[in-house]
Design a protein around this ligand. Structure first.
Ligand code: THU
Length: 133
């Protein structure tokens, strides 16, 4: 799957964002090493701390179906249907660290046909982990 197609799946994944409190629609598309894509959107809650980010929804869907090997994730945020640059939050970076190596790729969508590319080790250097990878 090419990078821009993964970004487009993240944009599509904003469709079902449940975000009545922030009005930020976030979408994520997580690519496994075997080529499958799991999407996610943010799901907010009146008790704000119960909100779950789009990235963690995608990881939860994938891990709960037995996936363990991940290649890349694309993430997009939209406010009033305009793309805003939403780089994954710290909690999501930590969740990525649980399942991914430092070279895991993160595409932050910046427009309909553009994105910034990072590795997980760039976004969360010297990360905390308990298990050997
Ligand atoms: N959000 C995500 O979905 N992913 C992130 O990495 C950062 C924030 C969501 C949570 C909340 O629903 C909204 O964006 C505003 O914080």
């Amino acid at each position: 799957m090419n990078k821009l197609d993964l970004c487009k799946k993240a944009i599509d994944a904003t469709t079902y964002s449940y975000s009545p409190y922030s009005n930020c629609k976030v979408g994520a598309a997580l690519l496994t090493k075997s080529g499958k894509v799991y999407t996610g959107c943010n799901i907010e809650n009146a008790s704000f701390s119960a909100t779950i980010c789009a990235e963690r929804v995608a990881f939860s869907k994938a891990v709960s179906e037995g996936e363990k090997d991940f290649e890349a994730i694309a993430v997009v945020g939209k406010i009033d249907n305009n793309i805003k640059v939403f780089t994954p939050c710290g909690v999501c970076r930590q969740v990525m660290t649980e399942f991914c190596d430092g070279d895991f790729k993160i595409f932050v969508v910046t427009g309909e046909n553009s994105f910034n590319e990072y590795t997980l080790s760039q976004l969360l250097p010297n990360s905390f982990a308990l298990k050997e990878k």
